[in-house]
Design a protein around this ligand. Sequence first.
Ligand SMILES: [Zn+2]
Ligand SMILES: [Zn+2]
Length: 251
Amino acid sequence: MESHKLSFVADMHTHTVASTHAYSTITENAVWCSQHGVKYLGMTDHGVELQDAPDTWHFENLKVLPDFLSGVRVFKGIEANILDTDGNIDIFPEKEAVYYNILEWVNASLHVPTFAPSTKKDHTKAYLNVLKNRYVDVICHSESPKYDYDIDEVTKACAEYGRLIEINECRLGRGGVSVERYKTILESCEKNGTNIIVNSDAHFYTHIGQFPLAEKLISDMGFPESLIINTNEERFLKYLDSRKRRTGKDR
Ligand SMILES: [Zn+2]
Ligand SMILES: [Zn+2]
């Protein structure tokens, strides 16, 4: 079968100057998206427990942002840190109500400073438990060789709970073992009918919506496009609908 070029309507893992190791404003990010066919932009700065993350104030005040910037729908989001094997993230009980009323998108990640690499069993448990949080949308950059996990069990759980596994363009750029692990993850997603999302994890605006490595991997593997939620607006909107039903939040 001849492969065709994929076109991506959304990038739901991006950072702004709110984390000072990222270098673009939300306005710059949105303008770039408007010029590159990205209609949906996830603004997902780091959860508070990571060094260099913004304060809780950042997340609590996201409501001042308009829904659309330069015609691009901007989702108020977070890249939350998974903190333990119980799947707790750095949205703490006393802030939950405020955060979840504002946040429209939740990425969940393991990062070394907030989850010391442990055993395969512990990483698997952390991922399985974080999926029990109905606000969590995506398990991000899980290809990290530092965090081995039972890929099949987690992609199965994602399919069951209607959540997403991320293919992270930035991590693919590391090559080698990252690519190999993503191949295994994609094979498992295909087998289990797990939806994926391709994201940039951009820390500068020119990287947003640019996925040459993910596209190549997906097309080399013949991964079914029907399981990629951000190459088609209808599929993306369908996911948002399922999110609304799951969280009970209107937006
Ligand atoms: Zn970062
Ligand atoms: Zn991350």
